[in-house]
Design a protein around this ligand. Structure first.
Ligand SMILES: [Ca+2]
Ligand SMILES: [Ca+2]
Length: 178
C-alpha cells in the first residue's frame, strides 16, 4: 500500500468514526427523549388518577353527613386545620391515604411515593397542598372559610432525579340552590 493509499484509508477511517460518533450521539439523544416522554406520561397518568380520586371526596368533613347552608359556613374546617381528621369520628378508619380519606382537604400536605409501577423505571413523588380560595378568583388564597377549595398537585421523578415537575391545580366548590 502506497503512502497515498494509506492516507486515503486513514481518511476513510476518520470519516467512518466521525459518522459513528454522530450516530451514537443521535441514538443517545433519542434514548433521552424516550426516557423523558415516559416520565411525562407516567406523571400525567398519576395526575389523572389522583384527580379522579380527589373529585370523589366530599367537600369538607362537615358536609359528609349534613347539608350546610351559606349561613353555616363557620361549621367548615378552620383554614389552619385543613387536613385529615384524626382520631377520626367514631367507627371510621384513621385517615391516612386515599382509601381512608373522605373529604377534599384531607389531601393537604399529603405525599405519595410510587416506586413500584409495573413497567415504569424510577421513583415518583406526588405532593398535595389544599387551601380555601376566593370563589370570585381562584388564584387568590383565603385565610378564611369559603365554599371553594383548591388543591395544588406536584409530581416529579426523584430517582433517577429529573428537573421536570408536573404541576396542576384542581378546584372543588360546594354550592347549593335554595
Ligand atoms: Ca376527613
Ligand atoms: Ca379534612
Amino acid at each position: 500500500m502506497s503512502t497515498y493509499q494509506t492516507l486515503i484509508t486513514l481518511g476513510a477511517f476518520v470519516l467512518l468514526s466521525t459518522l459513528l460518533v454522530t450516530f451514537y450521539q443521535l441514538l443517545g439523544q433519542s434514548g433521552e427523549t424516550v426516557q423523558s416522554a415516559q416520565q411525562g406520561i407516567t406523571a400525567l397518568t398519576l395526575l389523572t388518577t389522583y384527580t379522579e380520586l380527589a373529585y370523589g371526596l366530599h367537600y369538607d368533613e362537615a358536609t359528609i353527613d349534613s347539608f350546610l347552608t351559606p349561613s353555616e359556613i363557620s361549621l367548615l374546617t378552620h383554614p389552619s386545620s385543613l387536613g385529615t381528621e384524626n382520631p377520626p369520628p367514631l367507627g371510621e378508619a384513621t385517615e391516612a391515604d386515599f382509601q381512608s380519606f373522605d373529604d377534599f382537604d384531607d389531601l393537604n400536605n399529603y405525599e405519595i411515593i410510587n416506586d413500584n409501577i409495573p413497567g415504569v423505571v424510577g421513583r415518583y413523588r406526588t405532593k398535595f397542598y389544599v387551601y380555601y380560595v376566593n370563589p370570585q378568583n381562584i388564584e387568590q388564597k383565603m385565610n378564611a372559610r369559603t365554599f371553594v377549595k383548591r388543591c395544588d398537585i406536584k409530581i416529579w421523578r426523584e430517582d433517577p432525579t429529573s428537573d421536570d415537575t408536573l404541576k396542576s391545580s384542581i378546584v372543588m366548590g360546594y354550592f347549593h340552590f335554595d
